[in-house]
Write a protein that binds this ligand. Structure first.
Ligand code: CMX
Length: 433
C-alpha cells in the first residue's frame, strides 16, 4: 500500500481515541504545574501530545515505541549498506509501522519526483551575503518556498477539517525531498567555491546527500545514521515545539518548519554541535596546536565554567544519562575512525567533563548529549566548516517535526494558547504579601 493510503487508514483508526479522551475524560488531571516550572521554562509540564516519539529520562528516545538499536535493525537498508533508508524512517514516523522493502522503494521514487528545487530559491540564496550563517540561509530557503504550499492553497479554497492533513502531507513530502538538495547547495556555494554536484537519479536520500556534498563513502552511511538519529526527540524540545506552535495557527508547513529551524539555531539547542567543535578548536589554539592531555582538558573545562559559559554537548533538559544518540555515534567512530585524533579528544572529554559538572553541582545531567559526538565525525570526513553542522541536524529534525504537523492536522489539534500569570499573581497564590 502507498504511504498516503497507509497513513489515511492509521488516521481513521486513531481519531476515535482522541475524540473519546476529550469527550469522556477531558477533566481528568495528568499533572500539575509548580512555580518553578512556570518560571523555569515549563520543564516537565505535561501539556503536549505526540505518538511519533517518546523520551524517557533514563532510557533515551523511542521512535514509535522502538529504541534506536531496534529502529536501526528493523528498517530496510539499501543493498550492501549497514544503515537504513532515511525514507523508511520517515514512513515509520508517519505511520508507526516499519515499511516493507517495496514501500521504501516507492517512497524513494516519490521523493525523487518531488525534489526539484525551484530556481527562485537558489536566486534568493545567492542574493544573500555569502557570510550569512548557513542556518539563516536554510531557514530562508524553506520560507521562500511557502508560495508553493498546497495547504495554503487548500485553505484559501475552504479547508475541510477531516481532510486538512492531506495537503499538509503533500507539503511535508515535498519539503523532505527538497531539504537535502538545498542543504548541499548551501554547503557547496559557501565552502566549495560555488561548484555544485547534480542529484543522482538512483541514490536514496542519505546516499544522495553525501553525493551532492562531494564526500565519498562511508559518508553516505554516516548521513543515513545521522538523519535518523536527529529526527525527533518528542514534542517539547524547542524546534519541535516551535514548529507545532506555529502550525497550530493553521500556518502551513513552510512557515512552521522555517520557525522551528530558527529555534534549532540557538546555541543551547542544535547549534551546540558547532559549538563543541569550536570549543575543541579553542583548546588546540590555547595549546599552540598541541594535542590536549586529560589535565589540559580539565583545566579548560574549569576555565569555561568559571567564565560563566556552558560546556557544549553536555547536559539535557530531560535526559539523565548518556544520550543513546551519543552512544550510537560513538559506536560509528569506534568502527570507522577509532584512531582519529579529535575522536580521542572527544573520548577523553567523556571521562573528564561529567565528574567536573557533578563537582560544580549545577547541571542536573552531567552526561553528553547528541551534539557532543556528531561534529567530530563530520570533521573526520572533511566537512570541517562547523557552522554548517546545524543545517544537517535540521534536515534530520524536519522528519520528526513535519510528521507531527501531519498528525496535528489529522487529529484537529487546536491553536496553542497556554495561560500566563503576572509575578504579583504568583506571589499572591503562594501567600507573599
Ligand atoms: N555546562 C555548564 N552548565 C550547565 C550545563 C553544561 N553543559 N548544563 C546545564 N548547566 C547549568 C545550567 O546553565 C543551569 O545553570 P543556572 O542555574 O546558572 O541557570 C543549571 O546547570 C541547571 O540546568 P539544567 O536544569 O541541568 O539544564 P536545563 O534544562 O536548564 O538546560 C541544556 C538544558 C541542554 C540547555 C543545558 O544542559 C546546556 O546548556 N547544555 C549545553 C548546551 C548543549 O549541549 N545543548 C544541546 C542540547 C541538545 C540539543 O537540543 O541539541
Amino acid at each position: 500500500m502507498k504511504l498516503k493510503e497507509t497513513l489515511a487508514a492509521k488516521i481513521e483508526a486513531a481519531r476515535p481515541r482522541t475524540t473519546r479522551l476529550l469527550k469522556e475524560f477531558g477533566g481528568a488531571k495528568i499533572g500539575e504545574v509548580t512555580v518553578a516550572q512556570a518560571i523555569g521554562g515549563a520543564r516537565g509540564v505535561k501539556c503536549l501530545v505526540t505518538d511519533i516519539s517518546y523520551l524517557d529520562p533514563m532510557e533515551g528516545i523511542r521512535f514509535r515505541g522502538h529504541t534506536i538499536p531496534e529502529t536501526l535493525k528493523h528498517l530496510p537498508k539499501p543493498k550492501g549498506k549497514a544503515f537504513p533508508f532515511v525514507e523508511g524512517h520517515l514512513h515509520l514516523l508517519l505511520t508507526g509501522d516499519f515499511p516493507t522493502a517495496g514501500q521504501v522503494d516507492e517512497l524513494v521514487d516519490e521523493m525523487h519526483a518531488r525534489r526539484k528545487v525551484p530556481q527562485y530559491v537558489f536566486d534568493v540564496l545567492r542574493a544573500m551575503p555569502r557570510d550569512s550563517h548557513p542556518m539563516t540561509m536554510f531557514s530562508t530557503a524553506i520560507l521562500t518556498m511557502q508560495r508553493d504550499s498546497e495547504f495554503k492553497t487548500a485553505y484559501e479554497k475552504g479547508l475541510d477539517k477531516l481532510t486538512a492533513w492531506e495537503p499538509m502531507y503533500e507539503d511535508v513530502l515535498t519539503i523532505m525531498a527538497r531539504l537535502p538538495v538545498i542543504a548541499a547547495y548551501i554547503y557547496r556555494m559557501k565552502y566549495k567555491s560555488d561548484t555544485h554536484i547534480a542529484a543522482s537519479e538512483t541514490l536514496d536520500l542519505g546516499g544522495n546527500f553525501a553525493h551532492m556534498m562531494g564526500v565519498k563513502s562511508p559518508y553516505d552511511e554516516l548521513m543515513r545514521l545521522y538523519f535518523i538519529l536527529h529526527s525527533d526527540h518528542e514534542s517539547g524540545n524547542a524546534s519541535a515545539h516551535t514548529t507545532h506552535l506555529v502550525g497550530s495557527t493553521l500556518s502551513d508547513a513552510f512557515y512552521s518548519l522555517s520557525a522551528g529551524m530558527n529555534a534549532l539555531a540557538g546555541p543551547l539547542h542544535g547549534l551546540a554541535n558547532q559549538e563543541v567543535l569550536r570549543w575543541i578548536q579553542g583548546v588546540y589554539d590555547k595549546l599552540g596546536g598541541k594535542v590536549p592531555s586529560k589535565e589540559d582538558l580539565k583545566a579548560f573545562v574549569w576555565e569555561t565554567l568559571n567564565s560563566g559559559q556552558v560546556i557544549p554537548g553536555y547536559g539535557h533538559a530531560v535526559l539523565r544519562k548518556t544520550d543513546p544518540r551519543y552512544e550510537e555515534q560513538r559506536n560509528f567512530c569506534l568502527k570507522y575512525l577509532p584512531n582519529d585524533e579529535i575522536f580521542q579528544v572527544v573520548s577523553m572529554l567523556y571521562d573528564v567533563v561529567p565528574p567536573i559538572l557533578e563537582e560544580q553541582g549545577k547541571a542536573k545531567n552531567p552526561w553528553p548529549n547528541v551534539d557532543a559526538q556528531s561534529g567530530v565525525i563530520q570533521w573526520h570526513y572533511g566537512v570541517t566548516e562547523y557552522d554548517f553542522y546545524t543545517v544537517m541536524f535540521g534536515v534530520g529534525r524536519a522528519m520528526g517535526v513535519l510528521s507531527n504537523l501531519v498528525w496535528d492536522r489529522a487529529l484537529g489539534y487546536p491553536i496553542e494558547r497556554p495561560k500566563s500569570l503576572t509575578t504579583a499573581m504568583i506571589e499572591a497564590a503562594v501567600g507573599i504579601k
